[in-house]
Design a protein around this ligand. Structure first.
Ligand code: UGA
Length: 438
């Protein structure tokens, strides 16, 4: 693969991608699938070499197949000049992790801007999530270049599908940038989805506000679930009844043990700080963050309710990734949960179908099991942390027999309480009545 993106004569617009992380790889692979010759640049040499051999290191359904299947149109390189020679449209997909203050770290974006200074008539298409106002600053710094804000709304685990079937494509351009906006819009047109043409700062805000709103819905339904536990209502029924209202809709009303991942926690905090730095106190987002932190810890209270003090108790965690279909452990609820359990003196054992390698480094005190059943063996209680579909298929009768005490705290309301109770488990979820064996 990748000696040269040979599709350059295909007649399709050549695409440059800067940053071959999760967003960059999906963007590169999907544009190649749509017939564009793509050159993607990353600074990590070993990663570039592996990608050129067709080895994809992140777990994202369908991505590896797209990369190998479009090898003749996809080239990975460490050489910025190669990307600049190849394409006018440069998709910037570098990460913007949180700094210690919670602001977005723009150093990688800044590096790209520095690299591009004076490099001709390129158009930066900003996919990286940046604070509102960043694009206008860059436009002022790079007078010769074009700039389009095109935030990404892909979800880990379904990113390829999301790319190919967007709900909407947001295109923000500055004064005089309409033709560049048209060029980017043209790339997405075959995919359908509403086109939202707007200014750069509004496009940046659409991204931050969308993630903050979804996170707010999750914290909201988590609090509703907590109230349901007090009053004896079932949050599943409540969410269903709410979601049928067209104005509310059913999505992102699944209660659980808090949202994680590389996006929601970072973007909620970045928006809160952006507001604060601009002179506005974003009261609601403080609560969204606090509720999310408390939600990760509530599971510990439930274990104590059933087991008493956790010192010396063996607790199994089923699933570690921040959600299924990914090996991403960033801001995963399992990290806080494992640390809290360790602080209570519990012995923690865990299993995740794909995130074990990433988890090992981040959870040094946790014993890693080779299977879910092995994790459950001898445990005094278990917590379902990540709703991996394969956990549905476990033999719960066998699981109950190998556990010291068949107790399941279902952090995602994922398992079938009746089936577990029939197998001998006590089951407790989030915002639902507890079910006892028999
Ligand atoms: C999120 C957004 O959904 C994407 O639109 C966005 O592009 C992406 O962030 C980003 O900014 O890059 P992602 O982090 O991949 O995508 O995952 P989600 O499916 O949104 O889930 C985030 C967290 O919320 C997970 O921990 C999940 O378990 C939790 N969640 C989600 C709930 O607890 N309840 C729900 O109803 C939905």
């Amino acid at each position: 693969m990748g000696e040269q993106a040979s599709g350059e004569s295909s007649g399709k617009e050549p695409i440059g991608v800067i940053g071959a992380g999760w967003v960059g790889l999906v963007t590169a692979a999907c544009f190649a699938e749509l017939g564009h010759p793509v050159v993607a640049r990353d600074v990590v040499e070993e990663k570039v070499e592996a990608l050129n051999r067709g080895e994809v290191t992140i777990h994202e359904p369908g991505l590896a197949e797209l990369i190998t299947g479009n090898a003749d149109r996809l080239e990975f390189t460490t050489d910025m000049d190669r990307v600049l020679d190849h394409a006018r449209l440069l998709f910037v997909c570098v990460d913007t992790p949180p700094t210690h203050s919670g602001d977005a770290d723009l150093s990688r974006v800044r590096k790209v801007v520095d690299d591009l200074a004076g490099s001709g008539d390129h158009v930066l298409v900003m996919k990286s999530t940046v604070p509102a106002g960043t694009g206008e600053t860059i436009i002022a710094e790079l007078p010769g270049a074009g700039y389009v804000s095109c935030p990404e709304f892909l979800k880990e685990g379904t990113a390829v599908e999301d790319f190919m079937n967007p709900d909407r494509v947001v295109i923000g351009v500055g004064q005089g940038g309409e033709a560049d906006g048209d060029a980017v819009a043209g790339l997405y047109e075959p995919l359908g989805g509403q086109m939202v043409r707007t200014d750069v700062t509004s496009a940046e805000m659409i991204k931050l506000a969308s993630n903050a709103y979804l996170a707010t819905r999750i914290s909201f339904i988590n609090e509703i679930a907590n109230v349901c536990e007090e009053v004896g209502a079932d949050v599943g029924e409540v969410a269903r009844g709410m979601g049928l209202d067209d104005r509310i809709g059913p999505q992102f009303l699944r209660p659980g043990i808090g949202f994680g991942g590389s996006c929601f926690p970072k973007d909620v905090s970045a928006l809160k700080l952006l507001a604060g730095n601009s002179g506005y106190h974003f009261q609601l987002l403080n609560s969204v963050i606090e509720v999310n932190e408390l939600q990760k810890r509530r599971v510990v209270g439930k274990l104590v309710k059933h087991l008493g003090p956790l010192a010396g108790r063996r607790i199994a965690l089923l699933g570690l990734a921040f959600k299924p279909d990914t090996d991403d452990m960033r801001e995963a609820s399992s990290l806080v949960l494992a640390a809290r359990l360790a602080a209570e003196g519990a012995e923690v054992v865990a299993f995740d179908p794909v995130a074990m390698d990433a988890a090992r480094a981040m959870l040094p005190g946790v014993e890693m099991a080779g299977s879910a059943l092995e994790a459950l063996t001898g445990a005094d209680g278990a917590v379902l942390v990540t709703e991996w579909p394969e956990f549905h298929g476990l033999d719960w009768g066998e699981a109950a027999s190998v556990m010291g005490n068949p107790l399941m705290i279902d952090g995602r309301n994922f398992l079938d309480p009746a089936a577990l109770a029939a197998a001998g488990f006590t089951w407790e979820g989030v915002g639902r009545a507890e079910v006892r064996p028999g």
